[in-house]
Ligand binder design. Structure first.
Ligand code: HEC
Length: 168
């Protein structure tokens, strides 16, 4: 009993928690920057096809690279392309809220004792190349890598999904 109690205290002291949004945003920034840089460079070098190839391989790796012992980092969306980005059940409520409110504000969420930061993502012109109304060629290319792709048909300023940070 005593050991269990001490363990709980110890774990709660260890668990990382985002004190405020600023801190979470600071952690998220390099991940966002690297994703965008990779997208833009691969687009310049290889057009849509080159960029899809690159994102397919690099996006998950970049998320792992920017995660740490204290937190995990990622993206999710109800209309996801990569099934590994499928939202957890509770997250669907957060996604619906943003869909309705179109808020640009990130928020800190405590879910089942786990501390998260989520930040909304909206569609820009560049995104339409791969998430808008796709040409047949692009559609084929994407569905060869993501047979269950749902992440197309978006318009500018549509809510696309969120970045999330999860404390460990
Ligand atoms: C060159 C094609 C391409 C462009 C341009 C592009 N994406 Fe993606 N997007 C992808 C691919 C491929 C994935 C799946 C990558 C992965 O495994 O996370 C993806 C995944 C995502 C995800 C994660 C959720 C999911 O659907 O799996 C979000 C959010 C996202 N993109 C938003 C955007 C936004 C916002 C822009 C514009 C700034 C953008 N994308 C531009 C190809 C693209």
């Amino acid at each position: 009993m005593k050991i269990k109690f001490i363990l709980i205290i110890f774990l709660s002291l260890c668990a990382y928690s985002f004190e405020n949004k600023n801190e979470a945003q600071k952690i998220l920034m390099p991940f966002k920057k690297e994703l965008m840089k990779t997208l833009k460079t691969s687009f310049k070098n290889g057009g849509v096809a080159g960029a899809v190839d690159k994102c397919h391989v690099e996006a998950p790796k970049i998320a792992v690279k920017h995660s740490s012992k204290s937190y995990e980092i990622g993206r999710t969306s109800k209309k996801y392309r990569n099934p590994n980005n499928k939202p957890e059940k509770w997250m669907e409520g957060v996604l619906s809220d943003y869909e309705k409110s179109k808020s640009k504000e990130g928020r800190i969420v405590d879910q089942d004792g786990v501390n998260y930061y989520v930040e909304p993502i909206y569609v820009k012109g560049l995104c339409l190349n791969c998430h808008g109304n796709l040409s047949e060629r692009t559609q084929k290319l994407i569905s060869s890598k993501y047979p269950e792709d749902k992440a197309y048909g978006y318009k500018i300023n549509d809510f696309r999904g969120v970045f999330w940070l999860k404390s460990k």
